[in-house]
Design a protein around this ligand. Sequence first.
Ligand SMILES: [Zn+2]
Length: 226
Amino acid sequence: MIKNNKIFKVIKEFTNLQVILLCFKTKYDLTSSLVRMQEFYESDSSKFRGKYFDLDTYMDWYSKKHDNIFSYFEDWSGFNLPDYSIKEFEKLFKNKLRVKEEIVLNAINKNLENNNTKYYVIAYQENDYFTLKHEISHALFYLNDDYRNKAINLISELPSDIYDGLIKFLKYKKYDSSVFDDEICAYMLSEIDFFQNTIKNITKYQENFIKLYDTYIKNYGVTYET
Ligand SMILES: [Zn+2]
């Protein structure tokens, strides 16, 4: 089902799984709409993760870490939000929501089929299929125990030099250690060339993650070609 909105459309393509895709036309609208919701969920700073904060405070903090430039709107291209984090955000930021956040939350709530079943929200820019795969992996990791267990198994089979290379990358990107496993699976699908150029002998391991991902999304009636 696709419902139009001025800055994004809502896509629901998964059978038997509540995944809501918010497909934005521009990267600016995407990042400026989702910044607080995403950082509330998984900022590497406890100043923001799980806490109320205003956008100015976040912008000042982020700029300080990036040579006094607020590069967030260029740095990020996809967002992933589990249901519990969205609900907590809604509660804590109530009455202090920005207009863009209100639009996003309304779209999510309007498109939920069942509020009592687990769900996951993904936001990305149209035609950015690598990012979309990355974010869908997060959704599967959260919603499907089987996918998560098999993915964690694949991680445990990684040779230590490859694993260390991936962790170094995630630390550089400032991810919190609580999401390392989840992010490894997602990045194995979205940073194909970059990892092949920077981490020796990674190709055959990437293929395992891609195979796992393809099997699961086909089971849910979805195929995204890149
Ligand atoms: Zn990710």
